[in-house]
Write a protein that binds this ligand. Sequence first.
Ligand code: C5J
Length: 230
Amino acid sequence: MHLVSVPAEPYAFEFYPATAALLVIDMQRDFVEPGGFGAMLGNDVTPLRRAIAPTRRVLDAARRIGIMVVHTREGHRPDLSDLPPAKKARGRLKTGIGDQGPMGRVLVRGERGHDIVPELAPVPGEPVVDKPGKGAFYATDLETILRCRGIKSLLVAGVTTEVCVHTTVREANDRGFECLVLEDCVASYFPEFHEAGIKMIKAQGGIFGWVSSSAALLQALEKAGDAGAP
Ligand code: C5J
């Protein structure tokens, strides 16, 4: 098993593929596709869609090499019993969480908008963690899943940079996981929030983790040769 060293900020990120997981956060139609919840809130989904292709390249490499892949989705039970009233009320929206939108009920499990975009669809064997909050560790079994597989390092992709990605990276960091955030595989509706969110992760010696790119990761994996071969 080879150590992979990825050029990153604030310094190289080192991991063993056997103890790493690619975490793809909330790449759902509701956030990423025109007509979804994000778009209904008045956002342009273009910046989020730019993260699909590089994430797909990393996903393909992870699958080829045998790096564990975990997907998350933000959403709620159809009876909304796990939807805090404060979250439901937030924004005073005409069409909010649980209401009928163009892709079914907004952020409700089983609805079309809640699905992961087809380009990044999970394959059998890849856990999908449904989460009611922004952080992927809150009220989910993600930590159990990662600990059972001996995972120590997380390669992070998904949306949005300053919301679910940031919250999850902070949660992971507090639990002792080392996170490499792939700058071009995460995205925000707001470029300035993306930029600030990325800066915050790597500031102060990597206070929440490391930042690099999909190209740098893929090159490092190639350099490591058969990295990850069991
Ligand atoms: C948001 C997310 N932005 N996945 N969710 O509400 O970042």
